[in-house]
Design a protein around this ligand. Structure first.
Ligand SMILES: [Zn+2]
Length: 73
């Protein structure tokens, strides 16, 4: 497993979904995906260190990850 995903509540603004979605604002819930070098998506290979991306709730639900939002902190 080279990607970890967890539910987070934003403390600052985050670019959502690579910039395709409106920014995640402080207080919003979102999913943080952390990919390590060698991972399938290849995001971290060029960077050479783990890369974190933020996914908004709407996309998370669209792609079948709504279950994460049941663990609201
Ligand atoms: Zn999104």
């Amino acid at each position: 497993m080279t990607v970890t995903t967890r539910l987070r509540r934003a403390r600052k603004r985050h670019i959502a979904c690579g910039g395709y979605c409106p920014d995640i604002k402080p207080g919003d819930l979102y999913l943080e995906h952390k990919e390590f070098p060698g991972g399938e998506a290849g995001w971290a290979d060029a960077a050479g260190h783990p890369v974190r991306t933020a996914e908004c709730r709407a996309c998370s639900e669209r792609y079948g990850r709504a279950h994460y939002f049941k663990e609201v902190p």
